[in-house]
Design a protein around this ligand. Structure first.
Ligand SMILES: CC(C)[C@H](C(=O)O)[C@@H](O)C(=O)O
Ligand code: SF4
Length: 424
């Protein structure tokens, strides 16, 4: 059995196989300021009390602080619900983006079943959990019963091998994979990432890869937790590593398809407008004009990403015709970035630093694009109109490339900009 089948078998209480429909207990259910209100509306038609006030997390991140009367109303509904149901995990004070906040607060553990009313809930696969996004009405049923059903997915084994060089990051790996497999190439599959590159990766890079599993249609993204990940989780949860339920794929487990990606020669990858699988090497798009850069999101708003941006921006100025918007993925990351001097560097360079949250990622808040404008962004989606007007365009890349491009005013090779890569 592979890791996903093992986690689902454990939750179901007997061995499962792909295609089977099972009902399981949920360990953690997440919704945010955008999706809690519709879930609450449905919930209130079917139940009075939630199944477990400690297993529901609500995070305000999509528009925080509220940007419209509508979002203020939504947040009021979610706040009142959390109070009435005595939820112990309400994060409504700008703690950060849900997918960053949940692991930080120690709510994620290997082997758990986690669902969320947000498509990037697949992020927690980086910690060896089965986690997936669901619609708000399905989440309402989980609020009420603590259960949901899944069809056990077939699995793709995606082996990643080789050592990344220089300015190539895990974002480039996942863009390369999605470019190859296609944005619907893994629909309802379990995308299992393995190989020496994944085994040696830090937590942040692993999260970036699992976060984007949904961008090829996957039901979940998953990795066996490595030592670094287990240490991180032990710190966050206050539990000993040997108390975790760690599952690993059997050597002879069966996959529907197997892929091998050697990343040792990989150059930074760019997803071009307006599909996430329209991926080209950086060298093919150099010189493309941009109006805005964004560094942040649940994909690449962590301290490692901010460090990459600071290394590039240090001593440089954002181009006069460009806005560079930077939003740390959580308040905790924001504080570390202040301590390390990154925020000072950003402000000195002329970047706009926003509070933690989704920000411009989905085109609703703090950096909306007008018709004809072009953005380069560390986020995960570049659909038509994703960051504003339907006639605007979005390129996706890593933080080195966004920062470099913001300085030049066109898509730029970071090697042409960086002068002091060892400063921090
Ligand atoms: C608003 C929310 C439902 C949506 C999602 O599910 O992914 C958003 O987070 C996104 O990234 O598009
Ligand atoms: S940062 Fe972007 S992708 Fe992530 S949850 Fe928020 S809107 Fe969705």
């Amino acid at each position: 059995m592979n890791i996903t089948e093992k986690i689902l078998s454990n939750a179901y209480g007997k061995e499962v196989s792909p295609g089977e429909i099972i009902e399981v207990d949920i360990d953690l259910c997440m919704s945010h300021d955008g999706t809690s209100p519709p879930a609450i509306k449905t919930f209130e038609k079917i139940a009075d009390r939630v199944w477990d006030n400690k297993k529901i997390a609500i995070v305000f991140d999509h528009a925080i602080p509220a940007n419209t009367i509508g979002s203020a109303e939504f947040q009021k509904v979610a706040r009142e619900f959390a109070k009435k149901q005595n939820l112990t995990n309400l994060y409504s004070h700008g703690e950060g983006i849900c997918h960053q906040v949940l692991p930080e607060k120690g709510l994620v553990e290997p082997g758990k079943i986690i669902v969320g009313a947000d498509s990037h809930t697949c992020t927690y696969g980086a910690f060896g959990a089965f986690s997936t996004g669901m619609g708000a009405t399905d989440i309402a049923m989980v609020y009420a019963t603590g259960k949901t059903w899944f069809m056990v997915p077939e699995a793709f084994k995606i082996e990643i091998t080789g050592k990344l060089n220089g300015i190539t990051t895990s974002k480039d790996i996942i863009l390369n994979i999605i470019g190859d497999i296609g944005s619907d190439g893994a629909t309802y599959k379990s995308a299992e990432f393995c190989g020496d590159t994944v085994d040696n990766m830090d937590v942040s890079s692993r999260m970036t890869i699992c976060n984007m599993a949904i961008e090829m249609g996957a039901k979940n993204g998953i990795m066996e937790p490595n030592k670094t990940t287990l240490e991180y989780l032990s710190n966050r949860t206050g539990k000993k590593i040997n108390s975790f339920n760690i599952f690993k794929s059997d050597k002879d487990s069966v996959y529907e398809k197997e892929f091998v990606f050697d990343v040792s020669e990989l150059e930074p990858q760019i997803a071009c407008p307006s599909d996430v699988d329209n991926v080209k090497p950086l060298s093919n798009v150099l010189g493309t004009h941009i109006d805005q850069g964004f560094i942040g999101s649940c994909t690449n708003g962590r301290i490692e990403d901010l460090k990459q941006a600071a290394l590039i921006l240090d001593g440089n100025k954002v181009h006069d015709d460009v806005r560079l918007v930077i939003s740390p993925a959580s308040a905790e990351i924001y504080k570390i970035a202040i301590e390390k001097g990154y925020i000072q560097t950003f402000i000195d360079s002329g970047a706009i630093v926003c509070n933690p949250g989704c920000g411009p990622c989905l085109g609703g808040h703090m950096g909306v694009l007008s018709a004809g404008e072009v953005s380069i962004s560390t986020t995960n989606r570049n659909f038509k109109g994703r960051m504003g007007d339907p006639e605007s365009e979005v390129y996706l890349s890593n933080a080195y490339v966004v920062a470099s491009s913001a300085i030049s005013g066109y898509i730029e090779d970071p090697e042409n900009i960086s002068q002091s890569l060892n400063k921090y």
